[in-house]
Design a protein around this ligand. Structure first.
Ligand code: PGA
Ligand code: ZN
Length: 427
C-alpha cells in the first residue's frame, strides 16, 4: 500500500520549473517520476498548472501543483494499493472533478500516476516495461531522431518543427542507435561545410538558418549518404511540421511566418506533402494540418492515408474521446502518445487501446521540455508501440530514453524484437 507521497519543484531542460514526485510504499519500495512540458501545445491538452506569480520564474513556478500533491492527493491516496493503477488514477480524477484537470493540475496528477506505477513495479520486482506490458513487452521501437529543429523549437528560418530520421532498416535497436548517431554526425559536418550553424534546438537537432524548408530534407539526404547508408531502405524520414503553429483560423490558411511570410490553403498544404512524399522517403507526417482544420484533415487522409502514416498530435492530444471521433471521421491513421497531454497513466493506456481498436498506429513521444525521466522508454516497449520519438541522439534528457531502450534490449536478450520496417506502410 501507499505509505507516503512527496512532491517537489525541479527544473526541466529549458530551465523551467516542473514537478517531481516520490511515492513510497509500506514495503519501502520507492518510485520517482518527473513531468515533461511542451512548447507547441494543443489547445485541448489537459491543464499544466503554473503559479502565475511573476516574482518567481516569470510565473512558471509549480508550487501550487506541488502543494496539491503534498496535501490533497497524498492524504487521499495513503493506504491505497499501488498495483491498482486504475483505482489510483480514478481517485485523482474524482478529486479533481474537471475535464481538463484544472483543479489539481495535470502535472500534479501525472507525476503521482507515473511514480505510483514505478513504485508498484519495484515492489513486484519487475522492470517497468514488464510490469505495464506483461510477457508481450518484447518489441523495441524504431527511434525517430529529430535531427533538424525549426518552428517553435528553434530561433531559425525553418517553419516546420521536426525533421526526423528513422532507421527502419536496422535489425536491432542498438544498430538503429548507431545508424542514427552516424547520420547525425554526418549532417553536422555537412552543415559546417555549408557554413551553417551547428548549434542545437530544444530537442537536440541542429537549427541552421536554411534558405528554405525543403533544404532541410536536402541536407538530411546528403547526411544519410555521407554516413554510407541508404535513404528509404535503411533510413526513412518522418516529419512533424506542427502546422497548428502556422494555421491562422481567422483567414483559414497557413502562414509561413519564419521564412518568407507566404500563405498556403489547406489544399496547397496537402499538395506540398504529396509532392514531398513523392520526392523523399517519407513514411510519416505528424500534424500535417492544424488542430482546428478537421475538414482539411479528412481530405489529407483521403489523399495520403493509404501510403503515409498521418499522426495526430495537437489534433488528438492523447485524448481517448478525440481519438474515437477521429476514427469515426476518417481523420488520420495514427496517434501521438504524450503522457502529459492527457495527464494519467490509465488514460494514456486507454488512448493506446482505442487507437488499436481503430487500426491506428501510435508513436510514443517526449515533450520539448524534458527531464532525465525515462518512463516513456518503458511505456513504448510495454505497449508494443513500434516507434518512439524522443529527440536527436544529443542532450542528456533525450539520451536518457534512448539509453534506457539499449538497456531493455540487453535485458531482453534473445526475446528482444526490433520493429524495423514493420512501421512502414506497404512493407
Ligand atoms: P512540444 O512539441 O513538446 O513542444 O509540444 C513536440 C511535438 O509537437 O511533437
Ligand atoms: Zn507534434
Amino acid at each position: 500500500a501507499i505509505a507516503s507521497i512527496h512532491a517537489r519543484e525541479i527544473l526541466d531542460s529549458r530551465g523551467n520549473p516542473t514537478v517531481e514526485v516520490d511515492v513510497t510504499l509500506d514495503d519501502k519500495s520507492k518510485g520517482r517520476a518527473a513531468v515533461p512540458s511542451g512548447a507547441s501545445t494543443g489547445i485541448r491538452e489537459a491543464l499544466e498548472l503554473r503559479d502565475g506569480d511573476k516574482q518567481r520564474y516569470g510565473g512558471k513556478g509549480v508550487l501550487k501543483a506541488v502543494k496539491n500533491i503534498n496535501t490533497t492527493v497524498a492524504d487521499a491516496l495513503k493506504g491505497m494499493d499501488a498495483t491498482e493503477q486504475e483505482s489510483v488514477d480514478k481517485k485523482m480524477l474524482e478529486l479533481d472533478g474537471t475535464e481538463y484537470k484544472k483543479t489539481l493540475g495535470a502535472n500534479a496528477i501525472l507525476g503521482v500516476s507515473m511514480a505510483v506505477a514505478r513504485a508498484a513495479a519495484i515492489s513486484k520486482d519487475l522492470p517497468l516495461y514488464r510490469y505495464l506490458g506483461g510477457d508481450a513487452a518484447t518489441l523495441l521501437p524504431v527511434p525517430c531522431f529529430n535531427i533538424l529543429n525549426g518552428g517553435a523549437h528553434a530561433d531559425n528560418s525553418v517553419d516546420f518543427q521536426e525533421y526526423m530520421i528513422s532507421p527502419v532498416g536496422a535489425t536491432t535497436f542498438s544498430e538503429a542507435m548507431q545508424m542514427g548517431a552516424e547520420v547525425y554526425h554526418a549532417l553536422k559536418s555537412i552543415l559546417k561545410g555549408k557554413s551553417y550553424s551547428t548549434a542545437v534546438g530544444d530537442e537536440g537537432g541542429f537549427a541552421p538558418n536554411l534558405k528554405s524548408n525543403v533544404e532541410a530534407l536536402d541536407v538530411i539526404m546528403e547526411g544519410i549518404e555521407k554516413a554510407g547508408l541508404k535513404a528509404g531502405d535503411q533510413i526513412a524520414i518522418a516529419l512533424d511540421p506542427a502546422t497548428s503553429e502556422l494555421y491562422r483560423e481567422d483567414q483559414g490558411n497557413y502562414l509561413f511566418w519564419k521564412s518568407d511570410e507566404s500563405r498556403k490553403s489547406s489544399e496547397e498544404m496537402i499538395d506540398l506533402w504529396a509532392s514531398w512524399a513523392d520526392q523523399f522517403p517519407i513514411f510519416s507526417i505528424e500534424d500535417g494540418l492544424g488542430e482546428q482544420d478537421w475538414d482539411g484533415w479528412k481530405a489529407l487522409t483521403k489523399r495520403l492515408g493509404d501510403r503515409i502514416q498521418l499522426v495526430g498530435d495537437d489534433a488528438f492530444v492523447t485524448n481517448p474521446s478525440i481519438i474515437k471521433q477521429a476514427i469515426a471521421d476518417g481523420v488520420g491513421n495514427s496517434s501521438l502518445i504524450k503522457v502529459n497531454q492527457i495527464g494519467s497513466v490509465t488514460e494514456t493506456l486507454e488512448a493506446i487501446s482505442l487507437s488499436q481498436s481503430g487500426n491506428y498506429t501510435y508513436m510514443v513521444s517526449h515533450r520539448s521540455g524534458e527531464t532525465p525521466d525515462d518512463f516513456i522508454a518503458d511505456l513504448a516497449v510495454a505497449t508494443r508501440s513500434g516507434q518512439i520519438k524522443t529527440g536527436a541522439p544529443c542532450r542528456g534528457e533525450r539520451l536518457s530514453k534512448y539509453n534506457q531502450l539499449l538497456r531493455i534490449e540487453e535485458e531482453l536478450g534473445s526475446s528482444a524484437e526490433y520493429a524495423g520496417t514493420m512501421i512502414v506502410k506497404g512493407k
